[in-house]
Write a protein of this length. Structure first.
Length: 244
């Protein structure tokens, strides 16, 4: 996963998984509830909630579900025993994989994640074995017909972005997490549509995969995504577009 193709891969993959609407809604709603419980119901000043709401928007979560999730976080005690865990391991061809989990049963989550890694040719590693390969960054993807390259680069960098890369069809803007809001604001003020706007884990380096290993990695990621406790999966594999 690198450059423009990384986010194209994510969008195509998300499209394939959109049939699992109920599971996606449950996971995003859970994230909203925990975000509200930890930082309050106002997304201003609660970055975690803001990003959860962004994820809800990207996945077309109904407003009624979002409202219920916020109310649950602000009121009822249900769900207070959820624990955040990050599992780390290796997939096909030595690809680094991190798995973000939100669970009320640590033993169940560990067993399920370990089973998926083993079943799909990977192996679960020790804490810290691959986390150092990833950095927390803000990422924006803008289609080329939405903005002029030079103007986009100037406004993004002036707003605090770290880099602007040009792909075949899109621009990819990366920022430090604390510059995310400022860059998003300037893009919105200039009516520049964003296909992706998120804070995520971005690998420092990537591993180019062949067709077979690309399929194996996708199967591993899909199986991890399918677990109820798993919120997000990140990896540093560069999957060939033809593999999609």
């Amino acid at each position: 996963m690198s450059g423009h193709s990384k986010w194209a891969n994510i969008k195509r993959k998300k499209g394939k998984n959109d049939a699992i609407r109920g599971k996606i809604t449950t996971k995003v709603s859970r994230e909203i509830t925990i975000a509200v419980r930890m930082g309050g119901a106002d997304p201003v000043g609660n970055m975690r909630l803001k990003l959860a709401l962004q994820k809800a928007k990207e996945n077309n979560i109904p407003k009624e579900n979002i409202k219920r999730a916020i109310q649950k976080g602000a009121g009822a005690a249900d769900g207070q025993n959820y624990e955040e865990i990050v599992y780390e391991g290796y997939g096909p061809a030595g690809v680094a994989v991190t798995v973000s989990v939100l669970t009320d049963n640590r033993n169940r989550a560990a067993a399920e994640v370990r089973h998926v890694f083993s079943k799909h040719g990977g192996n679960l590693g020790e804490t810290g074995c691959v986390a150092w390969m990833f950095k927390n960054k803000g990422v924006f993807v803008v289609t080329k017909d939405s903005a002029d390259e030079e103007e986009l680069m100037m406004m993004a960098l002036d707003a605090g972005a770290d880099d602007v890369k040009t792909g075949d069809e899109e621009y990819e803007i990366t920022t430090a997490p604390d510059a995310f809001d400022a860059v998003e604001k300037v893009l919105e003020e200039n009516n520049i549509g964003m296909e992706v706007a998120q804070i995520t884990m971005v690998p420092d380096n990537t591993i180019s995969l062949g067709m077979e290993d690309g399929r194996k990695l996708e199967n591993l990621v899909d199986a991890l995504d399918d677990l109820d406790d798993v919120q997000d999966v990140y990896h540093n594999g560069d999957i060939p577009e033809e593999d999609e």
